[in-house]
Design a protein around this ligand. Structure first.
Ligand SMILES: Nc1ncnc2c1ncn2[C@@H]1O[C@H](COP(=O)(O)OP(=O)(O)O)[C@@H](O)[C@H]1O
Ligand SMILES: [Mg+2]
Length: 220
């Protein structure tokens, strides 16, 4: 579903060069749930952003569900991202001025759909994360766990086949963290391919496979 071949990422500023990823080869199968672990700064977010077509590698190839994206322009990349990928971040990235349901509808604004279709899909996504009773609330009226559930609803509203989660439980206590993991496991059972960055060994153990990074290199 996601294939990386000889992927390298170098960040250059005027004075320093950082090799953030060094020759990564990874093949994530359809319906797999993998976790990525490693110390802070080892390249986990960089790897996830490259898988999610948010950032381009300095070298190497990426294939998403059979599409080689090397020659895609920004518009093609944005389209593929919107159709295939859902993102979840540690700090939720919700828009505070929008209600829960309006936050969840955001990815659908880039597709041709009617207001009614958007509302129906957003309601369906909120039901999946157990938040249909909070649709008119605003983010500041929610707990951290609830905010992350809204963010998951937003990630899945367009029914993406792939979900990329960057430390989705990093800001949550263990009870809320386990709830979030449970939701991701259910989405995986229902067919989603998931890649999750985590600091938590116990969470990683509940996924199918663990990839470890150290200084930009895959060590397992
Ligand atoms: N936009 C950027 N510009 C320069 N260096 C960056 C940038 N993003 C990340 N880095 C560097 O790349 C390395 C990997 O970062 P990152 O992928 O965020 O690590 P992790 O998510 O594992 O903590 C770090 O050394 C970081 O400082
Ligand atoms: Mg990170």
């Amino acid at each position: 579903m996601i294939k990386l071949q000889n992927v390298e990422k170098v960040y250059r500023t005027s004075s320093i060069e950082t090799l953030a990823l060094n020759n990564i080869n990874l093949d994530v199968k359809k319906k797999e749930f993998i976790s990525i672990m490693g110390p802070s700064g080892c390249g986990k977010s960089t790897l996830l952003n490259i898988m999610g077509l948010l950032d381009a590698p300095s070298k190497g190839q990426i294939e998403i569900d059979g599409s080689k994206v090397e020659n895609y322009n920004d518009k093609d990349l944005a389209h593929l991202r919107n159709q295939k990928l859902g993102f979840i971040f540690q700090s939720f990235h919700l828009i505070n001025d929008l209600s829960v349901i309006d936050n969840v509808e955001i990815p659908l604004l880039y597709r041709s759909s009617t207001a009614k279709q958007r509302r129906d899909l957003a309601q369906e996504a909120l039901e999946k994360v157990g938040l249909s009773n909070r649709m008119k609330h605003f983010p500041k009226q929610l707990s951290g766990g609830q905010k992350q559930r809204v963010a998951i609803a937003r990630a899945i509203v367009g029914k993406p086949e792939i979900i990329l989660a960057d430390e989705p439980t990093g800001n949550l206590d263990s009870v809320m963290g386990n709830e979030i993991l449970g939701i991701l496991q259910k989405l995986n059972e229902d067919g989603a391919t998931i890649v999750m960055v985590t600091h938590d060994d116990a969470m990683a153990k509940k996924t199918h496979r663990l990839v470890r990074l150290f200084d930009g290199t895959q060590v397992m």
